[in-house]
Ligand binder design. Sequence first.
Ligand SMILES: [Zn+2]
Length: 628
Amino acid sequence: MRRSRDWLLSILLSGITLLLCGMLIGAGWRAWRSNTQQPVLVAEQATPSATTTRATEPAATPLPTALPTVVPPTTAPSQTPTAVSTTAPPSDNTPATPVTTTTPTTVVANLPLPELPSGPLPNFAAALSQPFAGALAQHTDDSLYRIGALLNPADHTITGRETVRMTNTTGTTLNEIYFRLWVNAPFYKEGDIAVADVKVDGQPVKTELSMDNTTLKLVLAQPLAPKQSREIAMDFTTTVPTTGGGYGIFNVTEGVWALYNWQPELAVYEHGGWLLDPVTEQGDPTNTDAANYQVRFAAPPSFKLATSGSEVAAQTVGGETIHELASPLTRNMVIVASDRFAKTSTTAGAIKVNSWYLPGHDAAGKAALASAARAVQLYDQRFGHYAYPELDVTEVKLGGGAAGMESTGLVMIGSGFYAPDATDPLTGLGELVPAAKSLSELDFTVAHEVGHQWWYGVVGSDAFKRPWQDESLTNWSSAFYVDETAGAATGAAARDVFIRAPYDEVLADHDERLDQPVDHFNETEYGAIVYGKGPLMYDVLRKQIGDPAFFDFLRRYYVEHAFARVDGDGWHATLAEVSNQQTADAFYQKWVEGDKISASDLPPGGPLESLLNSMGTGGLPTETETPK
Ligand SMILES: [Zn+2]
């Protein structure tokens, strides 16, 4: 009977192995499962699809035989890189001292670039939802990116120019400014960004690369006083991996170009210093301030683009289509492009929701659309208004344990859910527990990524130092979505699969503090604590302070920190507003800072946990050995 319990537990744990956006937990689970003798007969009877779909990846669809061609150049960025030096990786977040000086290899394709946007700004307010149309007035110091870029499918590169109008909002004089070039990390394989011709207010500036070239320091000739602005300009050439960079979020596979972190992004200055954390193989590479983006992006005319923000115009000239994009108050300006995409759309109130997927994947494409529409409408009503007029859901070949990934106004969902022969890994659980019948990992994953539009997108936080702030609340939001759309019993089953099972496994041995940086957790703990303990904390909080105060807390947290960044103190302070200081202090110390949670502190488990417990103590119930 222990073996049967292990089998069910492995099914439960499988729910989280592919769910977690931006984290690597699958390898640990596979190792765990490979060491567990599988009761094959029971598994085949109960969940035939769950045991087979894990074994093989969905069949790859062939690439188009003819790649789009690009016409000869009319303009090209400067090919004269400025002096750039590399540094040894620092042992902490303190910028390292340069130790060598080199000139980077800047591969600038000889192709036409669209002109850098200039002149009047687009109507950014029109790319915000009506309730947020006035938000720009409160964010006049946010950075403005203007980018002209060209996607070159033939050599897997993007060539571009970028200017960033940056105002010093740090409260202190700056002698240097940092950018992040995330995809230079080894984690992104052959992914690469090379920069050249870096200027500040039109003057060449000394630059230094460090931390595997993921950090670019600009040494300012003149200090930048508080509230003063500078215009930073640079050329860049980005190489897109074909072998699955990162979690696949920056990658071209099966004709789908997933472009995350594709351009140089300003680093964040917070708590008296620049955030220059390493790119790790768990957690999200998404530490940014909200900024406004005006992008002129050229691609072959056959390419369809799903993007953060809104497309305000498109023009086909000389064999390429130039897409004019406006993306206000944006954490990450992401593009997913393909000449193979099919698209289906719907509306959720005033919000247009689009689902983009490969040919033949209509069923999952429509299911993802329906999930996204339900989720965005629910969160809009209960947490506060969605910030943009549009939401894109895109099929992307993700990997490394990620099922989905969030960005501003756009979410990526792993292609493993989409193949016509793909069966949801949770199929079969309903035969054990009726309440689990309608559980779907695709549904839960889409609801999770849509939840990030609130927790990450609008309410920003440090994804490296405090991953609990967005991930825990987002995973709770997804469970809440199941409660509200499928009923409380199914919501309880969803918690069992996605939240309770991983946390119970760790808690059987020890508890961990919730508020820790990504790299303080091992793989198992990261999933268990950030995606398990954290969401359960919100269930406990809701029960403790009651629904009116709890949803008041969420709505205040959303509004008070909209398009800003919040830390644990901000969370704590908002909680004190809706309860009282003593309650907030005690709750925060116990759940966020403490590591002494025991099973008796947790709300009752759901039907699958009950079943699991009965197996552990009394053996596998007869009816589950021979499911009907
Ligand atoms: Zn997430």
